[in-house]
Design a protein around this ligand. Sequence first.
Ligand SMILES: Nc1ncnc2c1ncn2[C@@H]1O[C@H](COP(=O)(O)OP(=O)(O)OP(=O)(O)O)[C@@H](O)[C@H]1O
Ligand SMILES: [Mg+2]
Length: 315
Amino acid sequence: MGNKEMDQATNLRRMIKGESDRIYKLKKDNRDGSFSPINRPRVIAITSGKGGVGKTSVVGNLAIACQRMGKRVLIFDADLGLANIDIIFGLNPRHNIKEVIEGEKELSQIIVKGPEGVAIIPASSGVQELAHLTEGQKINLLNEFDILNNMFDILLIDTGAGISSNVIYFNLAAEERMVVVTPEPTSITDAYALIKVMFYQHGTKNFFLLLNMVKDEKEAKSVYKNLSRVVARFMGGISIDYTGFIPLDSLLQESVSRREPVVCCYPESSSSNSFKELAKYLLRQTDRRTIDGNIKFFWKRLMAGAIDKENEVGD
Ligand SMILES: Nc1ncnc2c1ncn2[C@@H]1O[C@H](COP(=O)(O)OP(=O)(O)OP(=O)(O)O)[C@@H](O)[C@H]1O
Ligand SMILES: [Mg+2]
């Protein structure tokens, strides 16, 4: 590490240390900076075919649920839409990743602290810039992200909806992806379309499926069975894992208007309990991970994918 990187690492640590004693203690246990593949961060994209199915709600509440289980969670808000993670968290970030790309700010200066110590990289317009980086900018950015590998256990990415190239890039770059789907027919057909593009055009074979806004477990399982049956029939070798469901919960809706995650303001609500179960499930799933599944490699793949794609379509 050069001096600049060391300063940034110190700034990031300071920022996180200030937020919560629990996080700092975890950090201390791990602070020799040794990097073991077992302990490397997981990178999970939360995605959907159709918009408005609950991705951002899942990202925010799942992040807190994982943090409560002792994990250090970083959220990357890669959605260009309006109802972003900062709204659910009641934050007003002043900077975003665009300023890091342009060399005006360091990562430590743009990462914001959310509830219970969850960290957020605000993106907004910066997401589009990621597809147009110079080699120098790429190297700088990768060095910045390298620092994060030792500081977080999980990176959750809130992607936009649909099959636009931005959404696909993030889903490809992440090692794991969770498709959020509701029982609504268009949500199911759009989830199918997303899985199909990922499978046929990019060879992606592993997906988690999360059912949101369902009446009960029976409904969740029935949607899962129907979708996974069709997928299995047309896409050989694909695996769609059922991660559980989040019930339709009016308290979750209310929490959005309060700009506070439901697991914070209504920790005993049905949706909060389901987020806890979801976190437990995900934290048990560690066996499918490949050796390059850390945050730096996520960015490497992301930028490589973006550039390749750009050349392919010739714009
Ligand atoms: N389990 C749930 N129960 C009740 N309402 C929910 C649930 N999940 C999400 N919602 C409602 O749906 C709205 C949209 O959710 P959210 O913003 O998380 O979706 P999104 O997939 O991120 O949307 P976009 O595609 O626009 O980014 C929320 O404001 C909330 O009111
Ligand atoms: Mg969203």
